[in-house]
Ligand binder design. Structure first.
Ligand code: GAP
Length: 512
């Protein structure tokens, strides 16, 4: 199965089992907007809890916030979003399809890189054990030619983007002879900037109504509340404010399922530090955030850093944590050293001081900020797509199993009476009623036990507890482990302890 086929299967599975639905499906859907179903919302809540507790509970100097989505429109002028939160767009005159100019070029570069990898694979097959990959990459003429081409295009694209040279951006597309995937033609319009913020009007009478925006990031809600939190919480630098919430962007190229959405959720933390100490804290948060990701247990090789070479005008360091999604390594989280840009801008635009009085130095200053910003939906996709497995079993059967980390699984255990008679359902209910106080459980008595196991595998339930006739005699049950499918006979009294040990957050937090 190709990665593309696998990706399609896991999207279909997400719908079939109530994880994710297309928004407004009965009206043919709303593009790049999704609803989380009965199991999706549980998984999402568990991810939120993992992030929130790791930030706010485990760090004594980080507190939470829940700011409103609507904010004063001047905030978005101050932050630079009104003026510069743009995507460069280009239309194909024949198909009338609209594209992001930089995405067309990035796809072109990705194809060149794919060619390089194919050549390397061919070399590996040809030379067998004697294959020297670094030497091959440095000397093979095809690899060198494609690498040079990719590097040249990337440099031209970045220069054009950084200098806002839209003519040059179009010229690179023409020089690369990029054709519209739909019409196949190279009949392109000019490149134009398109602002990504959604706007609406506040106020009941149209003359009084003013344009306001749906926030494109949660961060600004933190910045404008910096002093409220600092003063009322008697916070001393360095300290952080964390927030989870919705953000909205009118993404033109919205694709890859929940990877790029128009309405999504962010988990952001702004860490306020003394000027001059920001790069030390930047390194600290890079390490801390990677540890948080790795502790989930998807495999360390799935993550890598991408340090930004070209920095936004307000940043003096920036890095992404990239994850290996089914469509390749892509950004999952950004860690940015944002200097004092945001607080200074709000000071300027609001006319209110955004300074901190440092009792140690007896000075007042605008703090510097390290930001960690992670997409909740992308984290969901990373975890869900890594967990999705289609397995062939020894007996020839097949199963789809979600090998979700137990502490994040939406349902922790299923209670299954072997048959629907002989008092087994009553015993099963008693066990379920006791365990559901601690864990999210499902009760299922329908169909054969094998079918019920498959249903639980498909939603990632780590434990199935089977109640049979022996349970009535000696109060023992069978516990079946999802990944190994091994079964063990244990005393019903041991259940809570065994499950708790496997699903609690304590084991994970101790790794951070
Ligand atoms: N406050 C900084 C900020 O918003 P960003 O890189 O634009 O930075 C941070 O966004 C994270 O939000 C990204 O790393 C990504 O995980 C997530 N994100 C951004 N745009 C998204 C979209 N359209 N759909 C889903 N997640 C998105």
């Amino acid at each position: 199965m190709t990665q593309e086929e696998l990706f399609k299967s896991l999207i279909a599975h997400a719908k079939e089992y109530g994880f994710i639905f297309q928004s407004s499906e009965i009206y043919d859907g709303l593009s790049a907007v999704y609803d989380y179903g009965q199991l999706g919302v549980e998984l999402k809540n568990n991810i939120k809890k993992y992030w929130w507790d790791a930030m706010v509970r485990l760090n004594e100097n980080i507190v939470g916030l829940d700011s409103a989505i609507f904010m004063h429109p001047k905030i978005w002028e101050a932050s630079g979003h009104v003026g510069a939160f743009n995507d460069p767009l280009i239309d194909n005159k024949d198909s009338k399809k609209r594209y992001r100019a930089d995405v067309l070029l990035e796809d072109f570069i990705a194809k060149l890189e794919e060619k390089i990898e194919k050549d390397v694979e061919k070399g590996r097959k040809k030379f067998g054990d004697a294959f020297d990959e670094p030497q091959f990459r440095e000397t093979n003429p095809n690899v060198l030619r494609n690498k040079k081409k990719a590097d040249d295009v990337r440099i031209r694209m970045n220069n054009a983007l950084n200098s806002n040279n839209l003519e040059e951006l179009r010229q690179v597309i023409l020089d690369c002879e990029i054709a519209c995937p739909v019409s196949g033609s190279r009949n392109w319009t000019e490149v134009r900037q398109f602002n990504l913020m959604f706007s609406t009007q506040m106020g009941s009478v149209s003359e009084d109504a003013s344009v306001i925006y749906l926030r494109p990031e949660t961060a600004q809600g933190i910045f404008v509340n910096f002093l409220n939190v600092q003063k009322t919480g008697r916070m001393k630098l360095p300290f952080g404010i964390a927030q989870i919430g919705k953000a909205f962007r009118n993404e033109i190229v919205a694709r890859q399922f929940i990877f790029r959405m128009r309405e999504f959720e962010q988990m952001e933390m702004q860490f306020f530090v003394r000027p001059g100490e920001e790069l030390k804290w930047f390194e600290h948060w890079k390490k801390a955030r990677l540890r948080w990701h790795e502790a989930i247990g998807l495999g360390e090789s799935k993550y890598r850093f991408h340090d930004h070479e070209k920095l936004a005008h307000y940043a003096n360091a920036a890095a992404d944590i990239e994850f290996e999604f089914p469509f390749g390594f892509k950004e999952l989280e950004g860690i940015h050293s944002r200097t004092d840009f945001d607080l200074s801008q709000h000071q300027k635009f609001s006319g209110k001081k955004m300074q901190y009085f440092d009792p140690e130095t007896n000075e007042s200053y605008v703090p510097y900020v390290i930001e960690t910003s992670i997409g909740l939906d992308r984290t969901f996709l990373a975890i869900y797509s890594s967990a999705y497995c289609e397995e062939k079993l020894e007996n020839g059967d097949e199963r789809v199993v979600l090998k979700l980390p137990a502490f994040l699984a939406p349902v922790k255990l299923a209670v299954l009476p072997l048959v629907k008679k002989d008092g087994l359902p009553d015993v099963a209910r008693r066990i379920m009623d006791d365990l559901k106080i601690d864990f999210n459980c499902q009760y299922d008595e329908k169909d054969s036990i094998g079918k019920r196991y498959r249903r639980q595998d498909a939603i990632g339930t780590p434990f199935c507890i089977t109640i049979d006739h022996q349970t009535i005699e000696d109060d023992t049950v069978t516990i079946r482990y999802r990944d190994s499918m091994q079964q063990e006979r244990i005393s019903a009294k041991e259940l809570r302890g065994i499950i708790e040990n496997k699903v609690n957050f304590r084991n994970i937090f101790s790794k951070l």
